[in-house]
Design a protein around this ligand. Sequence first.
Ligand code: NDP
Ligand code: 8X3
Length: 259
Amino acid sequence: MNGENRIEGRAVLVTGASSGIGEACARRFAAARADLVLWARRIERLEALAVDLERQHGAHVRVAAVDVRDRAAVFREAQALREHGWVPDVLVNNAGLAVGLNPLHEGDPDDWERMIDTNVKGLLYVTRAFLPHMVERGRGHVVNIGSIAGHQVYPKGNVYAATKHAVRALTHALALDLTGTPIRVSSIDPGLVETEFSIVRFKGDRERAASVYRGLQPLTGDDVADAVLYVVNAPPHVNVLELVLLPTAQRSATVVHRE
Ligand code: NDP
Ligand code: 8X3
């Protein structure tokens, strides 16, 4: 991190920390000596990550198996944290996914529901569970992981793009609703990042997933985590509302140069 570390000792919650961008954020925040809470469904991955972060950085890390689609579980876990006096200074709403890549008229409604329930409703539940306490305390920063797909649609990306457009709308709406408070709201909106994202989208087809990144240098989870850290570490009077981060070879949601 360049310059002053304003993250040390801050309470940071990262959803979807078991892989990809969320895991990279957890590693960066731990290196900056934040007090971390990590959520995802695959608890064994979170536990291994916590051990690693504690060993590497002496970080304080709490983990919980939370499916952000489960509203009751989200509110229960949030309350348990509050009962221990833990309210996030930084909430990174990262848990999300794409499922399938089909023309809308051939899409699977079950895939749509997974995306809408996770990317939109899950983000809303987590935000609703913690934000009142940030407001009450007069301190906090909500960082949503959006996407270039929240700015532009691409063929067959229909419902995923709709969810990320919704995330973008919610970022702006939240920023307006928090006018007059010191709470900051940001969206980090990446293009192609090589994580487990495409493996999930193509339901375990690793060959098809690899083809998404063939012939170009995609972003890494660390590249995105660096942007998150920059935005969070900015002085309190600076709010980055949106940050679009693309691989140099990618110029829009649909224009990608491949060697
Ligand atoms: P990964 O598949 O590598 O990571 C997704 C993370 O989300 C995992 O930790 C997963 O954990 C978690 N997750 C998924 N569903 C749920 C759920 N219901 N409850 C809790 N956690 C959940 O993909 P990325 O790291 O790439 O994706 C992270 C975010 O970045 C997503 O919001 C994605 O839309 C966004 N994004 C990704 C881009 C890319 O090209 N990769 C580009 C732009 C944005 P678990 O399975 O253990 O629950
Ligand atoms: C992920 C980026 O363009 O692969 O949000 O959908 S894209």
